[in-house]
Ligand binder design. Sequence first.
Ligand code: FES
Ligand code: FES
Length: 159
Amino acid sequence: MTSIAFTVNARPVEVAADGDTPLLDALRNHLGLTGTRFGCGLEQCGSCMVLIDGAPEKSCGKTLSAVAGKSVTTIEGLGTPSDPHPLQRAFIDLQAGQCGYCLPGILISATALLDRNPAPTRAEIAAALDDNICRCGSHHRILRAVARAAARMGEETRP
Ligand code: FES
Ligand code: FES
């Protein structure tokens, strides 16, 4: 058992656990951030996606020791019910999900995409979400919602 310090959603945290504890478990069980979902636990479904220093990573496949000193962003860090991230707003507007289980991971992957490419094509959005499985088959609405968020963010930043 050791104590590992890192940042989650701009807040410094310290978790006392074995260094090989999956980051997903540390987020959910030690820090109470249950928005990040356990799907397969095998780095196959993307439901556990978080940003680590801005890059999308599957938290079930990352150890706690691998994020020492790093900055982690979870779905809880994207927006709030009263001030949602433009992606969250677009997903609500278009009712892009069905059961919603995959959406935290998808929103994280989409955030990483729009951070590096604010005006992606449909093909680029699909490629960025390639690691995220939606068992409800909501892919078409999800692609439309990401495109809508990108367009809206573009309008908001235009002078
Ligand atoms: S739970 Fe991590 S990829 Fe499925
Ligand atoms: S909305 Fe149900 S898994 Fe994607």
